[in-house]
Ligand binder design. Structure first.
Ligand SMILES: [Fe+2]
Length: 629
């Protein structure tokens, strides 16, 4: 409706969801119940996991539909700050006087900003709109886990589903279960702070020397190098896990209620010494901790999923919350769990809460019915492939590339696909910038760096010369959706790269006895399969299936590569360097291209060859620009 609405409209039709002030700020716009735009603030501010007011993300969402902020029908925030404050206050009081230090550290921020968050938000919005705060559209608040659950269910392809949300903590809940049916989403039960699977995982992330809230992926990637020798210890001492998957943590080993770190000296004692210092060498201990917490996480998620199935009888499961980004656990739920179908919100973390909050308002507050995608297929969801961010026209791209002095040629689609496929087969690393930017942490062929998965040198080349990151981290495959089962032990779509599946037996390369004896990171450079760049040490891969209807251009490239080589798979990693948010604009892409040893950059039909560009002198110390994650 927007500018043409006139006087006829009575029902809310443009709802803006916001998540902010915790981590991963984002905005999402729901137009007549359809998610039409969504983006994380970090992509615009270029500060990873930016938690500030998402002014640029909001501006983008409004511009995408040519709206002014005051034309919105409602604005909704994904969390209830007073409940969060109540949780903090009660936690501090129940641990007093031990919690005093973190109480003092946290409270000034809370008192100044978060407790008065409604006022802060209104002022920010009013400034953005250039109006008096009193004249803004109505501002509503949903609960944190309700926003997660809504992001999982309402955008899923299912008419009915059980919904499981797992994260660190929002207000009180750390685990919540729901029953979705049509436009209703009914809470079942929850597990509350401080008992949190997400925080236990984060505690291990912290202890292994990685950053909490961003290093969880690294811990998951490290797990296959380790032996799960701490599983019994974790279950005996840290986590009291019941048969139904519910759990309690023994808080004597953790410090997050009372201090400024995740773990304490008692935790150190259990795990043979103090936490690993960030950026120091990884030892077998960290790998074993990673392997152990991964096993425990999978066990908890599987048991909870089973219990929820027994209680509801539902055959579909929706997942959201930060823990739902644990794609190894998701793969096990898919293969071993009782559900026929599972669907995971691609922006499973707090960013997705912005979309969920907007959907709560539309379906629950405005009582609008839910529409499913036409064909009733279990995979026709309502996320548009998660390509919900900014896209750029031919003219806009030309203007940006001219402004930075880039040398390019313009190829038609056929020439572009053929040439790119050829260059990939010659082991070039290519920046691939097409269509709208992805919403959520994964690059899905909109803002990706791609390469040939058959190449033996591709993994270390991409890690060390392009991404400047730890060499143990695996890369993910993009595979033609129709051929996923030719390469992986999986026959269902995984369009959001949120499910890990085994590489098919016949593609694997058996290790010699001598190789078998290698431990930990020494196993890194052994060829594991015919697709070494995407096969993890345990023969697993984090699969993205590519489909013609949601990403026709990436699909066409995969087809061209397959025609040339017989291989329907590419390596796909996000278009950024370590510590940098994924690129958003053509200029961001150009900068990343020039700073790294990427060979070619393709922006829609613009074709850029590194050798033809001027020497890069703009910034030599650029690696200091991004704080390491
Ligand atoms: Fe959350």
């Amino acid at each position: 409706m927007g500018r043409n609405r006139g006087a006829v409209a009575t029902k809310a039709s443009n709802i803006l969801g916001i998540s902010a002030y915790y981590h991963d700020s984002a905005a999402a716009l729901l137009k007549d119940g359809e998610l039409v735009a969504a983006a994380q603030e970090e992509r615009f501010s270029r500060k990873k996991h930016d938690a500030r007011f998402p002014g640029d993300a909001i501006r983008y969402c409004l511009a995408a539909e040519d709206l002014d902020l005051n034309e919105l029908d409602r604005i909704v925030f994904y969390d209830k700050p007073l409940l969060r404050f109540e949780r903090l206050l009660e936690t501090y009081l129940s641990y007093a006087p031990r919690g005093f230090r973190s109480f003092v550290a946290a409270m000034p921020v809370w008192l100044k900003e978060k407790l008065y968050l409604k006022t802060v938000l209104k002022n920010e919005l009013a400034e953005l709109a250039g109006c008096d705060p009193k004249k803004l559209p109505p501002l509503l608040f949903t609960e944190h886990h309700q926003s997660h659950a809504a992001s999982a269910f309402y955008f899923s392809p299912f008419e009915r589903a059980a919904v499981l949300c797992l994260d660190g903590v929002g207000e009180w809940a750390t685990t919540s279960t729901w029953l979705g049916n049509g436009s209703s989403l009914e809470p079942l039960w929850e597990i509350d702070f401080p008992h949190s699977l997400g925080l236990l995982y984060s505690a291990c992330t912290y202890f292994a020397g990685f950053k909490v809230n961003s290093g969880e992926y690294k811990l998951m990637g490290l797990a296959p190098y380790g032996e799960p020798r701490y599983v019994d210890l974790i279950l005996d001492r840290l986590l009291d896990l019941k048969g139904d998957g519910t759990f309690r943590l023994d808080m004597r080993y953790f410090n997050y209620c009372t201090g400024l770190t995740m773990t304490n000296a008692r935790f150190d004692e259990l795990f043979d010494g103090p936490p690993r210092k960030p950026e120091s060498d990884l030892t077998q201990r960290e790998m074993d901790i990673a392997a152990s917490i991964q096993v425990v996480t999978e066990e908890v998620v599987l048991r909870l999923a089973n219990t929820l199935h027994e209680e509801t009888g539902e055959t579909n499961l929706c997942l959201a919350g930060g823990v739902a980004l644990n794609c190894v656990a998701n793969g096990r739920v898919l293969r071993e769990g009782p559900y026929e179908n599972i669907w995971i919100q691609p922006a499973a973390g707090d960013a997705g809460g912005a979309a969920g909050a907007a959907a709560v308002v539309w379906h629950n507050y405005d009582e609008q019915p839910r529409r499913l995608n036409g064909d009733g297929s279990p995979f026709a969801d309502r996320m548009q492939g998660s390509y919900l961010g900014p896209g750029y026209s031919h003219e806009e791209i030309r203007a940006e590339l001219d402004a930075v002095g880039a040398k390019y040629s313009v190829l038609d689609d056929d020439a572009l696909m053929t040439r790119t496929a050829q260059l990939l087969a010659e082991e070039n690393v290519i920046g691939w910038f097409q269509g709208r930017m992805e919403f959520g942490p994964r690059a899905l062929g909109g803002r990706s760096i791609i390469g040939d998965p058959r190449s033996a040198k591709m993994q270390s080349l991409m890690n060390l010369k392009i991404k400047y990151r730890e060499s143990f981290r695996p890369f993910a495959p993009s595979v033609l959706g129709e051929r996923v089962n030719d390469y992986f032990e999986q026959d269902t779509p995984s369009p959001y790269m949120l499910i890990v599946a085994p590489v098919r037996e016949e593609l694997r390369v058996a290790l010699t006895d001598k190789q078998q004896q290698r431990f930990g990171i020494d196993r890194l450079n052994l060829k594991r399969s015919e697709l070494p760049a995407i096969t993890h040490v345990d023969y697993s891969a984090r699969v993205q299936t590519v489909h013609e209807d949601t990403n026709p251009r990436y699909h066409a490239l995969l087809r061209a590569f397959e025609q040339l080589t017989g291989c329907g798979v590419l390596v796909n990693t996000s278009f950024n360097v370590r510590g940098e948010p994924i690129v958003c604009t053509p200029t961001d892409a150009w900068r990343c291209f020039m700073r790294t040893e990427m060979d070619y950059l393709i922006v829609e039909n613009f074709f850029l060859e590194k050798n033809l560009q001027r020497a890069w002198e703009d910034d030599t110390d650029w690696q200091n620009e991004f704080e390491l994650d």
